[in-house]
Design a binder for this molecule. Structure first.
Ligand code: BGC
Length: 246
């Protein structure tokens, strides 16, 4: 069965039909640039363009980089603040005239990794962390998601962790891999102190370069491995959750 997945990110809105048996895209994805300012109306138009590109009619799962309860957006750290309290499910459902499911981007990526990627079959406490514009977190207990954990906003040395240890923070401050890996290590130490997980799965675009920084991280008891689905995890997870809720 195929369901459509869309991933709304800080730089792009990308989507494709997803083959739920394989946990992979059924067709090459289509991407449009995220408009700036990334208001609900302008982003919704981008989502419509991506879905229409495939002439899709059927359920659509959509990720959002903030807290989502039901289909209402509660926080918007890296997109326009006018999203807060917007019923994204209703807005996007009306524009698309299709049934939509909206969920947090890291939660979606985590759901995909736990079924088809690095977390397959893993029990106990598992984190999927995405390092990108911000830091996203998805917490699983015996494979079951605890949604909207938002642990990128934990405090690290008097700052929000994502302001110090996201991959955007690395680029903005032109940090070396060594320097940045040290910050990621401090962040993982903090999570380990709070949750004692078995496994950290490291996702986001930077996971493609995991060999440059994972070997530099020391002193963490939990296993640390790169995500496998990388850029498509959000799309696949969004489609999986939409299928579950249809
Ligand atoms: C947001 C999270 C999101 C993460 C990654 C954070 O700033 O608060 O909801 O998962 O960025 O996009």
């Amino acid at each position: 069965m195929n369901v459509f997945g869309v991933d709304i990110g800080g730089s792009g809105i990308k989507g494709a039909p997803v083959d739920l048996d394989r946990g992979d895209l059924a067709e090459p994805r289509h991407k449009v640039l995220t408009p700036h300012p990334a208001t609900p109306e302008s982003v919704a138009d981008g989502v419509v363009e991506v879905v229409r590109h495939f002439g899709w009619s059927g359920p659509v799962g959509i990720t959002f980089p903030g807290v989502v309860t039901g289909s209402v957006i509660r926080t918007a750290a890296n997109v326009d603040k006018s999203w807060i309290d917007t019923d994204a499910g209703q807005l996007l459902g009306d524009k698309l005239n299709l049934r939509t499911t909206v969920l947090n981007d890291a939660d979606a990526a985590g759901v995909a990794e736990m079924s088809f990627g690095a977390g397959r079959g893993r029990k106990g406490v598992v984190f999927l962390l995405t390092f990108g514009t911000g830091i996203g977190s998805a917490l699983f207990i015996d494979g079951k998601l605890v949604p909207n954990t938002e642990l990128g906003h934990l405090e690290l040395h008097g700052h929000e962790a994502e302001k110090r240890a996201s991959s955007k923070a690395k680029e903005d401050a032109e940090l070396s891999w060594h320097h940045w890996a040290h910050r990621v290590q401090k962040y993982l130490e903090h999570l380990e102190m709070l949750f004692s997980p078995e496994l950290f799965i490291i996702g986001g675009g930077v996971s493609r370069k995991s060999e440059k920084f994972l070997p530099l991280i020391e002193g963490i008891r939990a296993e640390i491995i790169p995500a496998e689905l990388q850029n498509n995890a959000g799309i696949v997870g969004a489609a999986m959750v939409a299928a579950d809720r249809s």
